[in-house]
Design a binder for this molecule. Sequence first.
Ligand code: NAD
Length: 256
Amino acid sequence: MPATPALFPDLAGRGVLVTGGGSGIGAALTTAFARQGSRVAFIDIAADESRALANHLSADCRHPVHFIEADLSDVAAARNAVNEAAQKLGRLDVLINNAARDDRHDLETVSESYWDDNLAVNLKPLFFVSQAAVPHMKAQGGGAIVNFSSIAFMLNMGELPAYATAKAGILGLTKSLAGKLGPDNIRVNAILPGMIVTERQKRLWLTDESIATMIERQCLKRILVADDLAGPALFLASAASAAMTAQWIIVDGGIL
Ligand SMILES: NC(=O)c1ccc[n+]([C@@H]2O[C@H](COP(=O)([O-])OP(=O)(O)OC[C@H]3O[C@@H](n4cnc5c(N)ncnc54)[C@H](O)[C@@H]3O)[C@@H](O)[C@H]2O)c1
């Protein structure tokens, strides 16, 4: 079973924005921050699922949880969504860059437009959403950005070169933004999940056999689930990691 997330009292009342927070790992993160007493907004493209989550959490948690519908590959829409989130939350302390699409694609058939579209979801928004969030963080004296990468780019997986490129690029972006924003007391770190068994992963990619093979490679002999990412994300967002920036944490049950 995943660990129950610890309580990080400094996160209560903080303004937290999660991209792709409506389903999968993002929904677990949205839920975990809302249950810490944070003020939470999330941006997603999946309207029905996201609305249901926001309604459920708003009824259940200390503060209302705000769903903002936007396609993050559209930079203008992404900027507007960040500003709307900051306005609804009243402050923006934490940004979790989580949204992505891990679609499989062939070396032989990837077109220029497919490549551009893939990076427009998996890499570009992490820069422009951060760019839009930073002025809000600076205005209140600091903040924390947590970028979701993946161990996929370290596993020589041949079936997702554009996604792997984006996920490797996120680490470069993390270190560059950390260098730029440290003097403003804004920390930037990354999380690299391993095989996290979500409903979407099961529907699209995972089989009983592939899950068993991955568990064989893990030190921990169990399925990893979305809630397993909550503790690491809360930690990197909270003052418990106040001296950590430009770092990454691998959450893969011990593959790498
Ligand atoms: N699930 C895994 O095994 C795994 C492994 C390694 C890394 N990761 C990373 O963790 C993060 C979350 O993974 P997940 O499995 O929950 O992903 P997911 O695909 O299940 O969820 C991503 C969320 O982002 C949203 N989204 C996608 N495109 C969007 C867009 N253009 N605009 C706005 N929202 C958009 C989706 O609607 C969804 O709610 C991703 O960054 C992923 O790369 C996941």
